[in-house]
Design a protein around this ligand. Structure first.
Ligand code: ADP
Ligand code: MG
Length: 290
C-alpha cells in the first residue's frame, strides 16, 4: 500500500455507469485491504448506494443546509469492507446550481481534516460530467485529484461528453490541474464498440484502461443493493472490475489529452458511421480504418 493518498476522479455522462464502475473499483480495492473513501459528486446522490445496501445516507449539502455543526458521522457511512461513503448532494430541485454540493463537500471535508486523519490509500470522486462547469470542474481544477478517468460507451453522446471533459482537462492541466489517466469503456458488447472507443482514445492521445462488458451480473447486483464484488465475487464481471482497479492504482501514467474540435469530432463520427455496419457484417476487421 502506498504511503501517499491517491485521489482519483471518475467522470462521464449521466447514466453511463460511473457509480457502478466506481463502487466496484472501491469494493475491489477494499477487499484486498486498501483504505478507500468514495465521494459521490453527482446531484443524484446515489453513488455509494451499492456499497452500503442502498440505505439512506444524508448528503453533505443537506446537512450543511440544516445548519449547526456537521460531524463526519452525520455525513458518512461505512460500507462494504470498510469503504467510507460520502455523498456531496445536490440543490433543492428548481433552485441553485447543481455543482454546489461538490464545493460544500470539499470545504467541509477540509474543515474536518478528513484526509489527514483518516489517512486513506485511495479517494475516489464519482463526478457527473455532462457539463464540466462550476462545481463539477473543481476535482480537475484545483489540484484536488491526481488523475481523471472517463467512463464512456461507444454511443456518440458519451464520446461527446468525454471530449468535452478532455477540453476542461486541457484548459486546467497547465496550471496544476489533474491529468487524464484514460478511458474506461463500459457496456461494450458489439464488435465495433471496442474498436470505436480505442480509436477515439488514440485520436485524442490517451488509452483505454479497460473494457467492461454489459452484464446481467451488474443488473442483479444493483437489485440486491450491492456491488458485483459483493453479490457475485466469483463471476467473470467481478474479475473485470478487480483488474480495472489494479490497473488504475498501479499505472500512474497520465496525459494532457488532445480533444477534437467540433467539426473534427463530427468527421470522426461519420467515418465510424460508415464503419460500424461493415464491422458488424464482418466485411472489415474491427480494427480496419484505424
Ligand atoms: P451513472 O452513475 O453514470 O449515472 P450508473 O452507474 O448509475 O450510471 O449506471 C446506470 C445504469 O446502468 C444502472 O442501472 C446500472 O446498473 C447499469 N449499468 C452500468 N454499467 C453496466 C454494465 N456494465 N452492465 C450492465 N448494466 C450496467
Ligand atoms: Mg451515478
Amino acid at each position: 500500500m502506498g504511503i501517499q493518498t491517491q485521489h482519483l476522479a471518475i467522470y462521464g455522462k449521466g447514466g453511463i455507469g460511473k457509480s457502478t464502475t466506481t463502487s466496484n473499483i472501491a469494493a475491489s480495492l477494499a477487499e484486498v485491504g486498501y483504505r478507500v473513501i468514495q465521494i459521490g459528486c453527482d446531484p443524484k446522490s446515489d453513488s455509494t448506494s451499492t456499497l452500503r445496501g442502498a440505505n439512506y445516507l444524508p448528503t453533505v449539502l443537506d446537512s450543511v443546509r440544516d445548519g449547526g455543526r456537521v460531524k463526519l458521522t452525520d455525513i458518512s457511512a461505512v460500507g462494504f469492507k470498510g469503504v467510507l461513503c460520502i455523498e456531496a448532494g445536490g440543490p433543492v430541485p428548481g433552485v441553485g446550481c447543481a455543482g454546489r454540493g461538490i464545493n460544500a463537500a470539499i470545504e467541509l471535508l477540509r474543515e474536518l481534516r478528513l484526509f489527514e486523519e483518516y489517512k486513506p490509500d485511495v479517494v475516489l470522486y464519482d463526478v457527473l460530467g455532462d457539463v464540466v462547469c462550476g462545481g463539477f470542474a473543481v476535482p480537475i481544477r484545483e489540484g484536488l485529484t491526481d488523475r481523471v478517468y472517463v467512463v464512456s460507451s461507444s454511443d456518440f453522446m458519451a464520446i461527446y461528453a468525454a471530449n468535452n471533459l478532455f477540453r476542461a482537462i486541457n484548459k486546467y492541466a497547465p496550471s496544476g490541474g489533474a491529468k487524464l489517466g484514460g478511458i474506461i469503456a463500459n457496456s461494450v458488447l458489439a464488435p465495433y464498440a471496442q474498436a470505436l472507443i480505442d480509436d477515439f482514445a488514440q485520436t485524442t492521445g490517451t488509452r483505454t484502461v479497460a473494457f467492461v462488458p454489459r452484464s446481467t451480473a451488474v443488473a442483479q447486483a444493483e437489485l440486491y443493493g450491492q456491488t458485483v464484488i459483493e453479490a457475485s465475487p466469483n463471476s467473470p464481471q467481478a474479475d473485470v472490475y478487480r483488474r480495472l482497479a489494479r490497473n488504475i492504482i498501479d499505472d500512474r501514467s497520465a496525459v494532457i489529452p488532445r480533444p477534437l474540435a467540433v467539426n473534427d469530432l463530427r468527421a470522426w463520427a461519420r467515418k465510424w458511421g460508415d464503419l460500424v455496419i461493415q464491422v458488424e457484417q464482418g466485411r472489415v476487421a474491427p480494427r480496419a480504418g484505424i
